[in-house]
Design a binder for this molecule. Structure first.
Ligand SMILES: [Mg+2]
Length: 263
């Protein structure tokens, strides 16, 4: 696991280290380290949390995902659509079904299914880098999307450097099996790998099922409401596994004490 993800983020971490270096010596660095130990660790989802994926990206992914299934299995479009739906419902990701049932390499399929320029398709709230930097504590990206896509989106949003580490679906593999969100086991694994106690971690996310999984792993949760996310309304208001509901990241900052005990 660690060997798979290590090559992807040291550059980000190194740049952050330089940005935070100061001339005032070790005392300031020590006190900063102490604050970092106390501060919460924010786990951010990507799609429909940090940007509006429903606007143009999800429709594009739909097209390229179907094309990727057709190309990988040499099937027609209706068959590809049936398989996509079946695997998405059963495993939470089409890619997992393609790997399990057709021996397709995850890396190849993820590249085929996300082979488009994200830049003209992105829509997001303004000032995201500033807003994220206002939130005390480390930020970690945890997305069920492929890493190359996540990096491209974060880069275009100007927030890649806000994150200490990135977890894409390729990294969510345990004992040879993919375990994307809402896997409780994977969430515990991520926290252990990041060296964070669940009580210090907060998942910020638009998908309620993923927040339910995070709560089962002991995290606190922030629901970013997005009207394009399936089942985002909840049946009876705010579910008991959601600590806070917001409209966007800016809205999270406006709350004086966003999530109890974090500040
Ligand atoms: Mg999402």
């Amino acid at each position: 696991m660690s060997s798979a993800r290590t090559p992807h983020f040291p550059a980000v971490r190194a740049r952050r280290a330089r940005v935070h270096a100061s001339h005032s010596g070790s005392i300031e660095l020590a006190s900063r380290a102490s604050v970092q130990r106390q501060a919460p660790v924010w786990l951010f989802d990507l799609d429909n949390t940090l940007h509006d994926a429903s606007y143009k990206i999800f429709p594009e992914i739909n097209i390229s995902m179907t094309a990727a299934v057709m190309e990988s299995l040499n099937v027609d479009e209706p068959t590809a659509n049936i398989l996509r739906t079946k695997y998405w419902k059963r495993y939470g990701a089409t890619m997992i079904g393609m790997v399990r049932h057709h021996n397709i390499r995850a890396h190849d399929f993820l590249h085929r299914s996300h082979r488009f320029d994200v830049r003209p398709l992105i829509r997001a709230e303004k000032g995201l880098a500033f807003k994220l930097n206002q939130l005390p504590g480390r930020k970690v990206l945890v997305t069920n999307a492929p890493l190359h896509y996540a990096r491209a989106v974060l880069k275009h949003l100007g927030i890649l450097r806000c994150f200490d580490s990135l977890w894409g679906v390729e990294q969510m593999k345990l004992h040879g099996h993919f375990r994307p969100k809402p896997s409780v086991t994977m969430m515990r694994h991520i926290l252990a790998h990041e060296g964070v106690h669940p009580k210090r971690a907060i998942l910020v996310e638009d998908t309620l099922e993923n927040l339910r999984g995070a709560r089962a792993a002991g995290l606190r949760t922030v629901h970013v409401f997005h009207p394009g996310t399936p089942f985002s309304h909840g049946k009876n208001g705010r579910p008991d596994f959601v600590d806070l509901r917001v409209k966007n990241v800016g809205h999270l900052l406006l709350r004086k004490h966003p999530v109890r005990g974090t500040f």
